[in-house]
Design a protein around this ligand. Structure first.
Ligand code: NI
Length: 252
């Protein structure tokens, strides 16, 4: 039993065959999929899919690299979308200093505004952070965001400690299985199971065994196997604990 807490079946990559993808996910024991919005249109698409597919939930948010186009009038639109049925989080939101597409000040302001929406609606946040550890933690502290997850974790143990001390969860993708990511596996070993989530971030980041392919929720198993090995627990137990974590955090 597993939950894919961060998937993008709402992206065009899955337009043709997402029902088949969901069937394959079911066949390996995936019991829920959260399709995560990255702008207004993919947020709406995530809600459409959630209304059609029992297994799917939606999240609403604007990814930091898309915040250039975000206008003040868009925040109430986002907030209304977030009130729809089966919307379980605000995300993905955050900071991305790797790409220099959007000025940092604009990213920070959009991050804060969207955390405030989450706080008003009592929803957790799904955070994207790349090369912005200090600023991300500072904004999370300042806004007193209490419930959420640092998605696609790839930081060091210092950053993990910072995230955990805020009360947030940490989520792992297929990149945990990459040969070069030995340090990340070391960091994962030190993170308590009770604060861990699993995700694919599909269509991106396929696990090592599926490199070069379009990633999909059924491939979550590879990351789960690796994490179970790292933590020295049975995969069944890892599934049970991370499923409970996801249900509690997102109120599924
Ligand atoms: Ni994503």
């Amino acid at each position: 039993m597993f939950i894919d807490t961060h998937s993008h079946l709402n992206f065009p990559d899955f337009n043709e065959d997402y029902p088949d993808v969901i069937e394959r996910a079911k066949s390996v024991g995936i019991t829920a999929i959260l399709n995560v919005g990255a702008d207004l249109s993919t947020s709406k698409r995530a809600i459409d899919i959630a209304q059609k597919e029992d297994l799917c939930y939606a999240t609403v948010g604007v990814h930091p690299t898309n915040t250039n186009d975000l206008k003040n009038k868009d925040y109430p639109v986002l907030e209304d979308l977030a009130k729809k049925k089966k919307v379980v989080a605000i995300g993905e939101i955050g900071l991305d200093y790797f790409y220099h597409k959007v000025p940092r000040e604009i990213q920070k302001e959009s991050f804060k505004q969207q955390i405030l929406i989450a706080e008003r609606l009592g929803l957790p946040v799904i955070i994207h952070n790349r090369d912005a550890n200090e600023d991300s933690l500072a904004i999370l502290k300042e806004t007193k965001a209490k419930r959420g997850v640092m998605h696609c974790f790839s930081g060091d143990s210092n950053f993990a400690r910072g995230v955990l001390s805020l009360g947030l969860h940490i989520s792992f993708t297929g990149n945990l299985t990459y040969k070069k990511n030995k340090p990340l596996r070391g960091v994962a070993r030190g993170i308590p199971l009770e604060r861990m989530l699993l995700e694919t971030d599909c269509p991106y980041l396929p696990p090592q065994a599926k490199r070069g392919m379009r990633n999909e929720p059924s491939f979550l198993i590879y990351t789960a196997e690796e994490l179970a090995r790292i933590k020295g627990v049975l995969i069944e137990n890892l599934g049970e604990i991370t499923t409970k974590n996801a249900k509690d955090l997102f109120g599924l």
